[in-house]
Design a protein around this ligand. Structure first.
Ligand code: ATP
Length: 141
Protein backbone atom coordinates (compact mmCIF):
# COMPACT_ATOMS: atom_id res chain seq x y z
CA UNK A 1 0.00 0.00 0.00
CA UNK A 2 1.23 3.52 -0.85
CA UNK A 3 2.87 5.24 2.10
CA UNK A 4 2.85 8.69 3.64
CA UNK A 5 5.47 10.14 5.98
CA UNK A 6 3.87 11.23 9.25
CA UNK A 7 5.80 13.65 11.44
CA UNK A 8 4.42 14.82 14.76
CA UNK A 9 6.33 17.70 16.33
CA UNK A 10 5.72 19.76 19.48
CA UNK A 11 7.60 22.91 20.56
CA UNK A 12 10.01 20.74 22.54
CA UNK A 13 10.34 17.45 20.66
CA UNK A 14 9.86 15.22 17.67
CA UNK A 15 7.17 12.81 18.87
CA UNK A 16 6.97 10.60 15.78
CA UNK A 17 8.45 10.27 12.30
CA UNK A 18 7.17 7.20 10.49
CA UNK A 19 5.89 5.86 7.18
CA UNK A 20 2.18 5.16 7.52
CA UNK A 21 -0.77 4.16 5.33
CA UNK A 22 -3.38 6.49 6.80
CA UNK A 23 -3.73 9.43 9.18
CA UNK A 24 -7.00 10.52 10.80
CA UNK A 25 -6.77 13.74 12.80
CA UNK A 26 -9.09 15.99 14.87
CA UNK A 27 -9.33 19.18 12.82
CA UNK A 28 -10.87 22.22 14.48
CA UNK A 29 -13.78 21.94 12.04
CA UNK A 30 -14.06 18.16 12.31
CA UNK A 31 -12.11 14.95 11.75
CA UNK A 32 -10.19 14.54 8.52
CA UNK A 33 -8.47 11.56 6.93
CA UNK A 34 -5.40 11.47 4.69
CA UNK A 35 -4.04 8.70 2.45
CA UNK A 36 -1.19 8.82 -0.09
CA UNK A 37 -1.61 11.27 -2.98
CA UNK A 38 -3.89 13.58 -1.02
CA UNK A 39 -4.13 17.15 -2.30
CA UNK A 40 -2.18 19.81 -0.33
CA UNK A 41 -4.17 20.78 2.74
CA UNK A 42 -3.84 22.84 5.91
CA UNK A 43 -6.00 22.64 9.03
CA UNK A 44 -5.96 23.89 12.60
CA UNK A 45 -6.09 21.08 15.17
CA UNK A 46 -8.57 20.69 17.98
CA UNK A 47 -8.34 18.40 20.99
CA UNK A 48 -8.58 14.69 20.32
CA UNK A 49 -7.13 11.43 19.23
CA UNK A 50 -4.96 11.23 16.11
CA UNK A 51 -5.05 7.77 14.52
CA UNK A 52 -2.48 6.42 12.11
CA UNK A 53 -2.27 3.03 10.45
CA UNK A 54 0.99 1.28 9.84
CA UNK A 55 1.32 -2.36 8.83
CA UNK A 56 -2.48 -2.50 8.83
CA UNK A 57 -2.54 -1.73 12.57
CA UNK A 58 -4.13 1.36 14.18
CA UNK A 59 -2.12 3.50 16.60
CA UNK A 60 -3.27 6.52 18.57
CA UNK A 61 -1.64 9.77 19.73
CA UNK A 62 -3.29 12.44 21.89
CA UNK A 63 -3.06 15.91 20.31
CA UNK A 64 -4.20 19.33 21.48
CA UNK A 65 -3.95 22.51 19.42
CA UNK A 66 -1.64 23.43 16.57
CA UNK A 67 -1.73 22.76 12.84
CA UNK A 68 -1.67 19.90 10.36
CA UNK A 69 -0.16 20.29 6.92
CA UNK A 70 -0.44 17.79 4.06
CA UNK A 71 1.96 18.23 1.18
CA UNK A 72 3.71 15.80 -1.19
CA UNK A 73 2.85 12.58 0.65
CA UNK A 74 3.95 14.05 3.97
CA UNK A 75 1.69 14.89 6.90
CA UNK A 76 3.24 17.32 9.37
CA UNK A 77 1.49 17.73 12.69
CA UNK A 78 2.77 20.83 14.52
CA UNK A 79 0.96 20.26 17.80
CA UNK A 80 0.98 22.36 20.95
CA UNK A 81 0.76 19.08 22.88
CA UNK A 82 1.18 15.52 21.54
CA UNK A 83 1.45 12.40 23.70
CA UNK A 84 1.87 8.76 22.76
CA UNK A 85 -0.10 6.30 24.93
CA UNK A 86 3.00 5.36 26.93
CA UNK A 87 3.57 9.06 27.83
CA UNK A 88 0.11 9.49 29.31
CA UNK A 89 -0.36 9.45 33.07
CA UNK A 90 -3.90 8.11 33.45
CA UNK A 91 -4.18 9.02 37.11
CA UNK A 92 -3.25 12.64 36.32
CA UNK A 93 -5.85 12.71 33.53
CA UNK A 94 -8.48 11.24 35.87
CA UNK A 95 -7.78 13.95 38.46
CA UNK A 96 -7.90 16.66 35.77
CA UNK A 97 -11.26 15.27 34.65
CA UNK A 98 -12.60 15.40 38.23
CA UNK A 99 -11.44 19.00 38.69
CA UNK A 100 -12.98 20.08 35.38
CA UNK A 101 -16.29 18.33 36.16
CA UNK A 102 -16.48 20.02 39.58
CA UNK A 103 -15.82 23.42 38.00
CA UNK A 104 -18.52 22.86 35.41
CA UNK A 105 -21.05 21.97 38.12
CA UNK A 106 -20.51 25.31 39.89
CA UNK A 107 -22.34 28.54 39.17
CA UNK A 108 -21.51 29.62 35.61
CA UNK A 109 -20.51 33.18 36.66
CA UNK A 110 -17.73 31.88 38.89
CA UNK A 111 -16.14 29.67 36.27
CA UNK A 112 -14.25 30.08 33.00
CA UNK A 113 -16.60 27.67 31.26
CA UNK A 114 -14.66 27.29 27.99
CA UNK A 115 -11.43 26.63 29.88
CA UNK A 116 -13.03 23.96 32.08
CA UNK A 117 -14.64 22.33 29.04
CA UNK A 118 -11.32 22.22 27.20
CA UNK A 119 -9.65 20.66 30.27
CA UNK A 120 -12.44 18.05 30.40
CA UNK A 121 -11.95 17.27 26.71
CA UNK A 122 -8.17 16.91 27.13
CA UNK A 123 -8.64 14.53 30.05
CA UNK A 124 -11.26 12.48 28.18
CA UNK A 125 -9.09 12.00 25.08
CA UNK A 126 -5.94 11.28 27.10
CA UNK A 127 -7.78 8.44 28.81
CA UNK A 128 -9.21 7.25 25.50
CA UNK A 129 -5.78 7.18 23.80
CA UNK A 130 -4.28 5.39 26.78
CA UNK A 131 -7.08 2.82 26.83
CA UNK A 132 -6.75 2.22 23.09
CA UNK A 133 -3.21 0.95 23.66
CA UNK A 134 -4.22 -1.63 26.30
CA UNK A 135 -2.33 -2.22 29.53
CA UNK A 136 1.10 -0.82 30.46
CA UNK A 137 2.50 -4.37 30.16
CA UNK A 138 1.35 -4.68 26.55
CA UNK A 139 2.98 -1.31 25.69
CA UNK A 140 6.37 -2.73 26.58
CA UNK A 141 6.09 -5.48 23.92
P1 ATP B 1 -3.23 19.05 34.06
O1 ATP B 1 -4.35 19.85 34.69
O2 ATP B 1 -3.07 17.67 34.65
O3 ATP B 1 -1.92 19.83 33.95
P2 ATP B 1 -3.86 19.84 31.39
O4 ATP B 1 -4.81 19.26 30.40
O5 ATP B 1 -4.20 21.20 31.90
O6 ATP B 1 -3.68 18.78 32.55
P3 ATP B 1 -1.96 20.58 29.40
O7 ATP B 1 -2.03 22.07 29.53
O8 ATP B 1 -2.68 19.93 28.26
O9 ATP B 1 -2.41 19.88 30.77
O10 ATP B 1 -0.44 20.11 29.32
C1 ATP B 1 0.61 20.70 30.12
C2 ATP B 1 1.82 19.77 30.09
O11 ATP B 1 1.55 18.63 30.92
C3 ATP B 1 2.12 19.20 28.71
O12 ATP B 1 3.52 19.06 28.56
C4 ATP B 1 1.47 17.83 28.72
O13 ATP B 1 2.12 16.92 27.86
C5 ATP B 1 1.60 17.41 30.18
N1 ATP B 1 0.48 16.57 30.64
C6 ATP B 1 -0.73 17.00 31.06
N2 ATP B 1 -1.51 15.97 31.45
C7 ATP B 1 -0.76 14.84 31.26
C8 ATP B 1 -1.00 13.46 31.48
N3 ATP B 1 -2.16 13.01 31.96
N4 ATP B 1 0.00 12.59 31.19
C9 ATP B 1 1.17 13.02 30.71
N5 ATP B 1 1.48 14.31 30.48
C10 ATP B 1 0.53 15.23 30.76
Amino acid sequence: MAQLLLEIVTPDKLVLSQDVEYVGAPGLLGEFGVMANHIPFLSALGIGSLMYKSGGKAHYVFVSGGFAEVSGNKVTILAEVAERPEDIDVERARKAQERAKQRLEREKEQVDFARAQAALQRAFFRMKVRESAGTVASLAH
